[in-house]
Write a new protein. Sequence first.
Length: 637
Amino acid sequence: MSSIIQLLPDHVANQIAAGEVVQRPASVVKELLENAVDADATDIKLIIKDAGKSLVQVIDNGKGMSVTDARLCFERHATSKIRQAEDLFSLCTKGFRGEALASIAAIAHMEMKTKQDQEELGTHIIIEGSKFVSQEVAVLPKGTSFAVKNLFFNIPARRNFLKSDTVEFRHVMDEFQRVALAHPNIHFTFYHNGSEMYNLPAAGYRQRVVGIFSGKTNEKLVPVNEDTEIINVQGFVCKPEFAKKNRGEQFFFVNDRFIKSGYLHHAVIAAYDGLLKDGSQPSYFLYLQVPPNTIDINIHPTKTEIKFDDEQALYAILRASIKHSLGQFNVAPVLDFDRDANLDTPYHYKDLEAETPTIQVDGTFNPFTDDKTNQHYTKSGSSGSGSSSGSSFSSGSNSYSGYSKRVEPTTSWESLYVGLDTESIESSPFNFENEEVTSSLFNDDEVETASQKTYQIHKKYIVSPIKSGMVIVDQQRAHQRVLYEQFLLNMTVNQASSQQLLFPLNLFYSSDEMTLIEELKPSLETTGFVFEDAQTDHIVISGIPVNITESEVSLVIEQLLSDLQDGIPASSYSQNDTIAKSMAKSLAVKTGSYLTEKEQDNLVNGLFACKDPNISPFQKPTFITMRVEDIDKKFAI
Ligand code: ADP
Ligand code: MG
């Protein structure tokens, strides 16, 4: 039988290799940025169009390439960074495999311009699907520019596999951030579809982190510094009170390379030991330097996973140094997760200056004149002080009506509430939870006489008798269902009303979160949010839906960002659905919350008024029923 094995032609081999290295536009961004860093550039510009699908361009002012190198760099296994296998263990460059450019050139239209500093002229090469189209001598500035167009033009299946622009853009953003964070000493700029996303001047680590994740980040950072023989740790962890729901901002850099490591992540979390609320995640930006011969970078094609010689020791050092930093900055004692939000200064007052109290004197008042009105004053004065503890705050003022000029004791009372609407004062429920619980549990009279139809058990379920037996409602799931339908109705019928805020809320987000929020704005507005003009690093909210409170706003948006991490659904129906679900999840009463009788009643009625009361928006049962016969059976044993 004749032999059948053949060596694959280079362009086929390159296309296959590209499958590993280039998965999406973000992979091209990563490879090109890393090449620019390796070329010792001090200024790197990233320009992309349509989330990188139509163009990824990286321009650097690095050392450039000679004419021969310019041609050779597109060959597979062509690299200037290592010469022999041993060099793999003394690496200080990002690249070394010599396959990125060959892979990208195999699956895109590529244009390269490069010039070395000492040369008069540079080289301009066009290569498409591994084929050289042209090579010219050109007048160029020092450095290199790569433009990659029409990614996967010759592999339609891969092109179709790409996600929406939003998702691809987020991936690009991630790669950009990783490289920019690892190299704060380099000036980076980033443009998407003509608008500037970042302009990050050369700086230190702290400034770079703040430059990328908005000015508010600064106050959240606790520095970490530890120098031992096997590792140097620098960087920042965030104060526990700023931990987030999503895992967004967690970065490890090992020898200036972004890496992922579940094991080291665990070390960081372990250092927070007891300081984090359930499930919340601290941000961290940690820069580890280790001797290059103690790690192996060549275990993964994209080089984001590496192998350490002595992982256990690193774990212990990392954990101890972060623990120490958190302790040193004295962040532990100020934590109080059980703080009662009701005791906080109302939002309106936070930024108001305290007013100087004023004294008014009644010049006409003479204690020695013996007239009737004066007697009246003394009498009603004593009764007035009694009435101030009565039900109405304004009752006192009537008793002094004869003395219109006199200072009325009530005015000082009322001034305390300026800015709060009177309705909320009068109807504000003062809940004395414990008292109510005990009385309703043990005072038989009350239970009998009150026409109570619902009972809360274990701050989790609401039990109510029904004709055939009883129904047990899961309070959290039921409320999720009620809110979900409310939001969905508002969004689709567009009738949501909003409450105007006295002082607009400023909420700060990183720029990729801002992009996401920008896209969600139209849908959020239909729920009742009112946004003011767009800013680069924060949103200004001047109105919120009626069924949420100011203090819940940031929670709702954070939950939304975390739920939409994998992209916003394309159709507007599923977008509304996702938002309604997410908001219902964050706003629903949780298991463990005490509900008043009225609240229980409202919830049960609300649930059974729903279109689909049987299941929560997350497809879990909201209630179960138990028939009297079933209960009888249990007693029959
Ligand atoms: P690697 O980075 O693994 O060496 P690449 O395919 O990414 O492989 O690049 C091949 C070679 O091309 C590099 O080793 C380097 O010599 C050269 N090169 C690539 N990009 C640049 C650049 N921006 N400036 C100067 N030289 C570059
Ligand atoms: Mg490279």
